[in-house]
Design a protein around this ligand. Sequence first.
Ligand SMILES: [Zn+2]
Length: 183
Amino acid sequence: MDFWSTLWDTFTNPSNNIYPDEPANARGASSLLCIDVFFHIVRNTNGTDAFLPPNLDDVVSNLNEFYSPHNIVINNLGSDFIDDTNFLTLFNGEQDALFDRNQRTDAINFYITNSLWGTVVGVADDIPSTSLVIREDWVLTSISAHEFGHCLNLYHTFQGSSFAPNTTCAEAIMDLIAILVEI
Ligand SMILES: [Zn+2]
């Protein structure tokens, strides 16, 4: 079974959602999975920074804080820049064009830009998918692990419920409020 098949198999059942507060290996991969992440930082067209880039090792450390107890290790494969001012402010739907830029097939593509539409601070391309984008001032929050979870086929723990939890301090990473700050 190849890597992606193994990963999908691990999470195919929505009841397998990850709960970081549970004991290691209670839910999650049965054997160690290493997932590469590649960062794409949007800058001005002239190549200058539009915002202070976050420390990417810190971002990976935060991701591993959530995922390593579940036998999933995130590896920083590297980063590049997308020098295009048009992508610094994304309106709903424009993230698709961004995801076409510098897309790598060997990693989860983690895009960082200046702002998204409305109050949205992060969005994954799909569940599952290989791309996500996070607003730069939210990259070092648990939103990154949440969107990463969508890429790994994780749904909201309130999926199928009529009421989303009205909280931003939920115990499980996939309980994070979706309606106001992310998709
Ligand atoms: Zn979500």
